[in-house]
Design a protein around this ligand. Sequence first.
Ligand code: ANZ
Length: 956
Amino acid sequence: MSETNPAAEQAAPHRYTAAMAADIEARWQDFWDAHGTYEAPNPTGDLAGDPAVAARPKKFIMDMFPYPSGAGLHVGHPLGYIATDVYARHQRMTGHNVLHTLGFDAFGLPAEQYAVQTGTHPRTSTEANMANMRIQLRRLGLGHDKRRSFATIDPSYYKWTQWIFLKIFDSWYDEQAAKARPIAELVAQFESGERPVPGEGRTWQGLTAAERADLLGEYRLAYASDAPVNWCPGLGTVLANEEVTAEGRSERGNFPVFKAKLRQWNMRITAYADRLLDDLDALDWPEAIKLQQRNWIGRSEGARVDFAVGEDDAITVFTTRQDTLFGATYMVLAPEHELVEKIVPAAWPEGTHQVWTGGHATPADAVGAYRKQAASKSDVERQAEAKDKTGVFTGAYAVNPVSGERVPVFIADYVLMGYGTGAIMAVPAHDSRDFAFARAFELPMRCVVQPTDGRSTDPAEWDDAFSSYDAELVNSTHGDITLDGLGVVDAKARITAWLAERGIGEGTVNFRLRDWLFSRQRYWGEPFPIVYDEDGIAHPLPESMLPLELPEVDDYSPRTFDPDDADTQPETPLSRNEDWVDVTLDLGDGPKKYRRETNTMPNWAGSCWYELRYLDPHNDTALVDPEIERYWMGPREGQPHGGVDLYVGGAEHAVLHLLYARFWSKVLFDLGYVSSAEPFHKLFNQGMIQAFVYRDARGIAVPAAEVEERDGAYFFQGEKVSRVLGKMGKSLKNAVTPDEICAEYGADTLRLYEMAMGPLDVSRPWDTRAVVGQFRLLQRLWRNIVDEATGETTVVDAEPDEETLRALHKAVDGVSQDMAAMRFNTAIAKVTELNNHLTKAGGALPRTVAERLVLLVAPLAPHIAEELWRKLGHTESLVHRDFPVADPAFVVDETVTCVVQIKGKVKARLEVAPSITDAELEALALADEGVVAALGGAGIRKVIVRAPKLVNIVPA
Ligand code: ANZ
């Protein structure tokens, strides 16, 4: 405990102690709430009447909002919240209109799992968790505009999540205009014949309702399809690609994930692949995150090439090396490829190699057995760089379009159905995977790119493929076409043109990004505002029927299965609710029977647009007022796509939340609902607070708080334990809560400690014993301004001395720069240095120095700062006071004496900054009164300057 010495307390009843901190902090938190201190005015209403406020630049500062977990917060969670708060406070004090608030991301799996375990409704437990977290957060003194806080589970919020879904459902991507447009405009094109209806002789007027729905489904940005999806029996739900780990398991729960064909809702995020890539350039995000998004989107330039197979079929491949077409000596289809059945002959062709058949009697047997084996592997396992490539011959041959050669067609699991066309031309001489496969299956190889590393041109002598781009083509001539002698780039261009002329290929861009699977078979999510008529056609609910609230049910548990049983089918909790599911509605054409969609949205939906709702949280006629949106989010200089000015959160959201939110922003932008095409202009990833994990001999974590240290070793209940740095959390028994630290030292100390631990983007180990250091800083600060015996301030109305002014302005200058650049650890170091200087100098502080010192610490330790400010005689909060501004005259470190000579004789001495430039020094010297007098109007022939110490003037 910090201060429990009763004698000391008696002697100094007004010392800054934990008890006093608790008192001060509670009082100021109440004051701020009562006065709405952190309420940010909007450009309409609040701001409209006050031009002075309206003229202020805005700063919209956001944290990635928390998930209200039952475990509450540990000290690692608020790191980012404290940082944005310090930053926001500094911005407020430098003349910005700051919007800073925090809501809750409250739908999702953990709440549901917890509810199932404990038998409480997810809403009940989620709300209890939020109430608890609100108390924890309030104690930290975060300057949030509480009027703007909400949770994604509030019907008044998810009404608009559903509304956005409907807008996405109701639009299509116009490739020509490169933007989303209302689906009605597409229908008009079909109706007028401006856009032909695909299919011989078909017209829009001639289509049935179901055919129209199917056709529009091909275009809608939200659409249902029967694509293969990630089915996770252990969770009882399907998952998005982004939710599946590199090991092919569920990110949550670590269960196996299988490919299954199920009818599901998808979002056509792929339509935005180019824009999602291009617009990254203008964002102020960490390069690492941009790179992860670029890789996830995965743009590849290449070509599609048709290889004739059978009577009149063609296998279309996607290749990024169309220049190596002459080297394509076999082909591979993904095992699931739809052409496989069609091309498989009844019997093996004469003389088929034993290794190619896998020992099966017929191609159909071989293919059937191999497909089964491939289905049990994840995409990642299939793509692993292992040299032992597996596969089997289909019995069919295709024709290489440029050489006319017959090439055998295999199926192999290293080719994925979900990428490119699910088929490749294999060029074993120049692709490592193909090389390994060709070796295993004794397939021919042809070198078509001249090796530049000294190896021979006979691939039979190689250990691996030669895959350089920086080389010339060889062995690539047939009939009228030759690529020989061309570099890779030119060869690509020539062959692509040749293929295009013949209608058997074209240049194309392929993306790795897939559409976003948007249905979940869970209870605790937003219901889809979609109903199906008796023909199974999907209809959007009209806006007037929103929000479609989650029905109260008794059984909200998902149906989960044996995690390893791929042959299971999801069952949605909502489907058990007949009364809710089967409804009679009037959707404009009289009452009819409908069946509701029983899937729910993924928990990413609510976080796709929440920044917009902070702006105008109580609007019930629009998701956000356009004028308000433009003010806080609109494009401006340096922020061409607009967006939040600062968004702080963990790096783990690189491709999930951050990609989805960007996509929704772009759709809303295209449809004209918002002026910002990007949600977050600046992104900052805070580091993690780590903690020591102590384990006993069996490797089981023991409570960290009860471990003792003796001579560099660690003991728990007398038994020696090991220590490693790990994550902080309940399961590792090393969680420290902010509440404990607040109780022991106060929130201001906790804030200072977290900010002082190191640069914000770096992970750092928590050390409870070190927290007291920041508490002592606050005690010294207090003592510099307050008499511990009387509680009165000790400041005097005197002019500070030169040395104090220098120390003060240097600190102000440094802290200002550090605050703006979010270097809070060095800002604290500078405050500490100043405070120590003042302590050492002794004597009463001049009021002007004390006031500036208090303002300087205010963003970091707001409660004690407010209290000191009050003691200094101010009756209003300092939250909106101006941050001190440094006087440059006092900021220079020290000065050096410069001698100014005329014809070698010293005529003046100047005190200058050591960093002065030659030009500045020359100007200063020539303007010096003494020098002007000594020159007596004579012209100057030459000036020799040796900054900072010497100027020698030679008169004419
Ligand atoms: C012939 C070739 C020759 C290729 C060569 C590469 C090197 P990125 O860059 O990732 O887009 N490929 C195409 N579709 C595939 C699929 N569904 N599963 C597995 N591999 C597939 O990779 C594109 C290259 O990956 C394509 O170019 C194709 O192999 C392969 F010397 O075609 B290449």
